[in-house]
Design a protein around this ligand. Sequence first.
Ligand code: MG
Length: 159
Amino acid sequence: MTGLRIGQGYDLHRLVPGKRLVLGGLAIDSPVGSEAHSDGDVLLHALIDALLGATGLGDIGDHFPPSDPQWKDADSTVMLRHILAMAREKDYQPVNMDATVFLEKPKLYPCKQAIRENIAGLLELSPDCVSLKAKTAEGFPPIGTQEAIAAAVTLLVRR
Ligand code: MG
């Protein structure tokens, strides 16, 4: 089929006490949070990279360099909206997304549906086109020891 393109993205952040944990644009109740230049939302960062990959627009570091003070403590939702606008400028529309979040704690299932709905709203998709899975790491470091959180996203777009 013509006009379809796929992208993948991955991100990992260190988890530290006293920071907020933001995932898919929502603050999650957690004793540890992401240490990052921005809000450390691994899921939206992986999604941004998947979207940039699918549309051939570079990577997250090209658009939001850590050296740029404009994006210090940036809301990843604003970053995603910025890249979505660029993609739409080139006539690309998201079709569906499949994501895996790798973390030991907290369990994601209580907020999974809310995250799916939030991302679906951002991508202008129905929630059944936004899949979210969670995996633990069986206690192995750094994810299993709660020192890190990671996310992998595959995104299909059409033109
Ligand atoms: Mg990141």
